[in-house]
Design a binder for this molecule. Sequence first.
Ligand code: FAD
Ligand code: NAP
Length: 471
Amino acid sequence: MMRPWRIGVVGSGPAGFYTAYKVLKNIKNCQLELMEAMPVPYGLVRFGVAPDHPEVKAVQNKFDVVAQDPRFQFIGNVRLGDTVSVDDLRARFDILVLAYGASKDRTLGIPGESTLNGIVSARDFVGWYNGQPAFKHLKPDLTRGKDAIVIGQGNVALDVARVLLSPVDALAKTDMTQYAIDTLRASKVRHVSLIGRRGPLQAAFSIKELREMLNLPGVTLKYDRDLLVREMNEHSAVLAKDRPKKRLLELLLNYKPPVEPTSRSWSLDFLASPVEFIASKLTPTQVDAVKLSVNTLQHDLLTRRTSAMSTKVHKTMDAPLILRSIGYKSVSVPGLPFDEIKGVVPNTQGRVLQSDHIDEQKIVPGLYVAGWLKRGPTGVIATTMYDAFQTADCIIADISTQDPPENSIVADREEFMKLLTARGQRPVTFQDWKRVEAEEKRRGALLGKPQEKLTSVQDILAVIDELNEKS
Ligand code: FAD
Ligand code: NAP
């Protein structure tokens, strides 16, 4: 009997699960291990997607169907680059797919950013309200003043602003962590400014997320309408060819503020780049304001890119809470090719390349990449799905006409689990996770919400051990 193809996938976010789904569908004779650094699956679906978007989180149900395939095994609490190396995995799997996402965020690199309190990464803030163990102790201080600034105008910036301005009673009915709900209940934040370095045409958020913000009860939007009209008129030919962008800008243009005065507001502040964070005079360790360079736009006809150019004029904006939301960043793992400039594993359609130098492009046999690690940290779950399918198609094309090479890979599932245990690691299975999930739902029901997440790795492992003992 021919041995099965041994396929390892690192990362259990949408990229990992969708790759697994398509590979399992098309390669019958295989065993697939989905390895994950956290003791729980789903990546940003659990730790990124906003709690008030349950319809998005429902994609987990599709992933659960994949996990029911007997050829599939989830192994949580295993970190590539820590518990296991690339060499360990290459020696045990015929095919290795890297889908470990983007686990850092971009920084501005300006004075005060890394030294002052009150400057919070949006990634950490999102992880905090979503119960990501690394951020449970973040404790953002929302009580220092009524103003907050978010730097960046992408969908993450809008998520963060919406959470800060939403009625807390509505959030309390979601799976947002209870400690975040309690903190938001005590929040004094009443106005959130979203700062974009470029103009309204370049705003990175999408229409559904903008509409949600415009529909927030008791919240007003402020923005420079003259600038929007000017930009729309000047670029009407471009907008005629870009329907989604045109619809988004029209939504903004047709916005009517509530008739009654509101206690909360947000603003879109275009054409401004942070150049320095300013310390409070009273508490010099605390941020009080950001100095911004006022920008103008420069359109490059050749590249069609619109860049922000500083006018050398500056202004300051006061706020004791500043969230940096300028994008995520993937990190390299020893033993893997990595393009530091693009922040991706160099690849062609998902097949990993030895080097990103155009004249030396050589495919590394058996090594693949999917998701944000493959194309950079942009795109919604649907984009990630198509991207993962492309990677899976490459794998299928590369192996479906062959048999697994004889004897080159001797290890099997059991041997791999033994290796992990020998390294002092406690691998978490999908069955373990389902028990954790049931416990989270039980705790959620007591609080009148769908789920109350366990927020420390220790607690998750303790619950698994306890429930396993009982069963
Ligand atoms: P991830 O989802 O990040 O998955 C990567 C996985 O790899 C994680 O589970 C991580 O723990 C694991 N990992 C990391 N390092 C290692 C390692 N060394 N070893 C083992 N495992 C590792 N899209 C939508 O369609 N709708 C939304 O509402 C939406 N909201 C979002 C909100 C936020 C805050 C963010 C940041 C993104 C949102 N997106 C949304 C986009 C969507 O989440 C991404 O398109 C998608 O998650 C990318 O999938 P991925 O698998 O590449 O990465
Ligand atoms: P993003 O969409 O890339 O937005 C990043 C923002 O930061 C942009 O406004 C960008 O402006 C700005 N920025 C980058 N570098 C900057 C700098 N040095 N100084 C000032 N501003 C800077 O990233 P994101 O918001 O992190 O979202 C990541 C992906 O997840 C996106 O594809 C997003 O659509 C998706 N997502 C989706 C949802 C949803 O569907 N509900 C929710 C959250 C996230 P420039 O354009 O000028 O660079």
